[in-house]
Design a protein around this ligand. Sequence first.
Ligand code: ZN
Length: 394
Amino acid sequence: MITIIKNAEVYNPDRAGIKDVLLIGDKIAAIDDHISIDTKGLVEVTEINANGKILVPGFIDSHVHILGGGGEGGFSTRTPEATLSGLTTAGVTTVVGCLGTDGVARDMFSLLAKARGLDEEGITTYIYTGSYRLPLRTITGEIMKDIMAIDKIIGIGEVAISDHRSSQPTFEEFVRAVADARVAGMLSGKAGIINIHLGDGSRKIDLLRRTLKETEIPITQFLPTHVNRNPELFEECVYYAKDGGYIDFTGSEDPDFWEETDGEVRFSKGLKRLLEEGVNQNNFTLSSDGQGSMPIFNEKKEYVGIGIGKSTSLIKAIKECVFRESIPLETAIRAITSNPAKILKLNKKGKIEVNMDADLCMLDENLDVDTVIAKGKIMVQDKMPVVYGTFENK
Ligand code: ZN
């Protein structure tokens, strides 16, 4: 499988200029001003004309309920599973799956199976072990064994704190789980990251702060998410990021609505604030909370039903950064490419460099997702899926 992408404006994610990019198998083989190869007709070469297009690394969505989530309104509000084309048409080539509030009717083995299924269908998947609840329910019976023995498990989460739906973990319970994730990560060369669901409770990140104060665990062991759910929480998280912590924004399908009704800090505004505060440009990520349940309201603010989070919120948020806040694309796009790759130790992901995985996303002049390549294979072309999941309607 050989593909040449011609004349793309490459952001690797830093702007690298107009380049040709050669893909061989599932790896990026070369990046140069002009690439042409002669295979003497022995091997088929696919050429993609990227004139006027922008090429960025395939997106990493680091928090998706791939097995479905929700359920807080009763069994009929359990959300459906993620689909391959739902992810790829949003530019996502790597997804990290998690359970949520419900770690009982949905369990880790099913999550692992779902991740393997999406992998077979063509994208890269990882998962966190556990759910909102502590002590965690794992596959092998132990956090450390899960992380060390199961290739797809890169950490724990989403562990809920400061939320009425959390298991109200004690400090000791929390710290023990965190320590196990850290040590298992070290022993297996993985991130061992602790993905923390922050609720809108008044304790905000107190448990995290206490852990950092009273233990030797470094601040970089954590990736708290939903940091932008309200202005007060976000303020705390700005300072947490200034102290060297990583923070994960949650994207939104309807940022105007949530900003107005809930005071949610939209990614573009939040990122602008981080940049003004001089936060390290490696320390922020953006994820979609995909397949999480989301109430929908009409213009009169009347509840009309329940929807689900989607990975398309990622590029929407990036577009707002560029077009509304004049944040350079190369800065904003880090949130869904090189930053999550580094934080989650996905060493072959998140950059357009030789020997990295051939995961790429081509954007048009409006920054809409046009073509998506995952593991060297074209998944989306001219905004339409060319590869579908096993049971998707074509
Ligand atoms: Zn959550």
